[in-house]
Design a protein around this ligand. Structure first.
Ligand SMILES: Cc1ncc(COP(=O)(O)O)c(C=O)c1O
Length: 370
């Protein structure tokens, strides 16, 4: 009897690009003053004490947590969204915790039952996992410059991402309103990835859940939020969805069967994090200082910064191939991400993260100005 070897699922996925950066990382690491790694947006500052205490206080959690989360967690999420996003009338049915937002982005098309013949659209320059999610489901990945531009035929899921990774671009209230109206007119589900919403610098990012954008109805729209960036909790894996109860109810069923539970201590930590605005303000001040220092240093060194009005990144160019920029900066011990990791349209840009310590940022500034 012969066995049929299925095509490996991984063959559907794009090449994992970070391996290409390794030689430049080695060059940067050989700098006598050590590497300044500005290539990834991973938080480096401490987890707020209030959050650490909540996590430790829930350490004795022998039973299974639930996928939908504790009533305290759901109340913390709706309370935060009312206060911070201006979203009215949210109930527990509008909430679904997820285990960090990356897993959700990667598995959403599959969990929605999308497949061959269905299309998933996302920005031309984007976080790579939107494409991964489409490909894992066997759906067609479609990129757009403006969210109302894709052909709606077969389009089942429209990703918005404001503030954007990698460009830091913020969609205005009008742009969001038009995108939501267009998607509703064509029966396309909108997922709005808003994980950088609390990190606006030259713009005040607005959620799709704001009544001016959604008209006070959550039909056909879901916002994705994460604690990773606003609360330095990337290591905890805590994020959540807010929006259309019909969509979230369906995802809840599937995720219950799939055992996609946020650990109970992390749920408790998330309640503490969402109830405290002071640590978010402190963290914003750190990032604002680092952003200003890096922006000035890169501009003085001949870079032009585009968009970048929010998020944790500067989107910069020296009007040359991104790989030339990466190579040149690596010789100064500075590692940045090549723009083509986020789509071919980024081939003349680099993404500079300001998630490095004050000491490392100061080292980069010194090297760029010498
Ligand atoms: C746009 C965007 N969405 C989602 C994520 C995933 O964040 P997490 O899985 O930590 O919630 C990231 C992480 O960098 C991101 O940039």
């Amino acid at each position: 009897m012969s066995t049929t070897v299925a095509q490996p699922v991984s063959s559907r996925l794009p090449v994992f690009p970070w391996d290409r950066l390794e030689p430049y990382k080695a060059t940067a690491a050989a700098h006598p003053g050590g590497i300044v790694d500005l290539s990834v947006g991973t938080p480096v500052d401490p987890v707020p004490h209030i959050v650490q205490r909540a996590l430790a206080g829930a350490a004795d959690s022998p039973g299974y947590p639930t996928v939908w989360g504790t009533p305290e967690l759901r109340a913390a999420i709706t309370g935060w969204a009312g206060r911070r996003l201006g979203a009215d009338g949210l109930t527990d049915a509008h909430v679904l915790p997820v285990v960090g937002s990356k897993e959700l982005v990667a598995w959403l098309p599959t969990q929605l039952g999308l497949g061959a013949g269905d299309k998933v659209a996302y920005p031309r320059l984007a976080y790579p996992t939107y494409e991964v999610g489409a490909r894992l489901a066997g759906a067609e990945a479609v990129v757009y410059d403006e969210p109302t531009e894709p052909d709606p035929a077969g389009l089942r899921l429209l990703w918005l991402n404001s503030p954007s990774n990698p460009t830091g671009r913020v969609l205005s209230k009008d742009e969001l309103t038009r995108a939501v109206a267009w998607a509703r007119e064509h029966g396309v589900l909108v997922f709005s990835d808003e994980c950088y919403l609390e990190l606006g610098w030259d713009a005040d990012p607005v959620s799709v859940l704001h009544p001016d954008v959604c008209g006070g109805s959550y039909e056909g729209i879901v916002a994705v939020h994460s604690l990773s960036k606003r609360s330095n909790l990337a290591g905890y894996r805590s994020a959540f969805l807010l929006g259309d109860p019909a969509v979230l109810g369906e995802l809840l069923q599937i995720r219950k069967h799939g055992g996609m539970m946020t650990p109970a201590p992390v749920q408790a930590a998330t309640v503490a994090a969402l109830g405290d605005d002071a640590h978010v303000a402190r963290q914003r001040e750190r990032y604002a200082r680092r952003r200003a220092a890096l922006r000035e240093a890169f501009e003085t060194a001949g870079f032009r910064v585009e968009h970048s009005e929010a998020s944790l990144y500067l989107w910069a160019t020296r009007d040359e191939s991104c790989w030339d920029t990466v190579a040149d900066l690596s010789k100064q011990g500075i590692l940045v991400a090549p723009g083509d990791f986020y789509g071919a349209a980024g081939e003349r840009y680099v993404r500079i993260a300001f998630t490095a310590t004050d000491e490392r940022v100061a080292a980069a500034v010194r090297r760029l100005s010498s």
